[in-house]
Design a protein around this ligand. Structure first.
Ligand code: FNR
Length: 219
């Protein structure tokens, strides 16, 4: 059963997975964070570069556990109701830095990616927009129990894809991204808030009966 949510706006972590200073994926992450905020949710915009981690090493893990960067990323994931990754595609797959971060975070117990809703977006100068990398990224995330939103967004020709002010140069693509973010937020809201409503319903019933709350909630 999903955990209850804090009251107030939905909290969405958005991070770019490129360490490059002029990253198009960082720009796409910033645009998604703006759309999240426009929709009334709270966006926590960051970059994978804010979470320093060495290459995964089982000996280091056994001796010291996950590094501070992985624990910080775990904290940010735990605090959100859903997250968005804007990731480049490297050699038709997931960039090593992102896979390395997922591997470190997956070593933290309880594993924070389980049961979180996630949406994937990419930007690339190529015609595919980095979409193959997102399909590859689904594999470790779904393996870890993340609910990866079915619809993804990939920006092709990304070096020419942004207008001044950070919006997409093509208004149809801007609308498509906005619609996708809106649909994702609806899913996050129903997934997070429905659990809350269900629990309150059971608690109300439990007020009138002797049945334990947990037993009724599992019926
Ligand atoms: C790339 N790039 C790339 N692009 C793509 O569409 N498909 C690919 O398979 C690859 N492979 C690839 C491998 C490596 C090692 C590098 C460094 C780059 C190009 C990549 O999309 C481009 O550098 C983007 O600008 C990276 O995203 P950021 O840094 O702009 O966010």
């Amino acid at each position: 059963m999903p955990t209850d949510t804090a009251p107030g706006p939905l909290r969405v972590l958005v991070f770019g997975a490129s360490l490059r200073g002029d990253s198009t994926n960082a720009r796409l992450a910033a645009l998604v964070a703006q759309l999240v905020a426009d929709a009334g949710a709270t966006a926590d915009l960051t970059s994978l570069g804010d979470f320093e981690m060495p290459l995964y090493n089982g000996d280091v893990d056994a001796a010291q556990g996950p590094p501070k960067g992985a624990l910080d990323l775990r904290d940010r994931i735990e605090r959100c109701d859903g997250f968005v990754i804007a990731s480049p595609e490297y050699n038709a797959s997931v960039p090593g830095v992102l896979k390395n971060a997922i591997d470190w975070v997956s070593r933290v117990q309880p594993q924070p990616l389980k049961d979180k809703n996630a949406m994937l977006v990419s930007a690339s100068p190529s015609l595919s927009g980095g979409n193959r990398g997102l399909w590859a990224l689904r594999v470790p995330l779904e393996h870890l129990g993340t609910r990866v939103y079915p619809d993804m967004f990939s920006l092709a020709n990304a070096y020419q894809g942004f207008a001044d002010g950070g919006r997409l140069a093509d208004p149809r693509l801007q609308q498509r991204l906005s619609d996708t973010v809106g649909s994702f937020l609806s899913l996050v809201e129903s997934s997070v808030r429905y659990a809350s409503l269900q629990r309150r319903w059971y608690e109300f019933l439990a007020d009138c009966t002797d049945a334990p709350i947990t037993q009724r909630a599992q019926d």
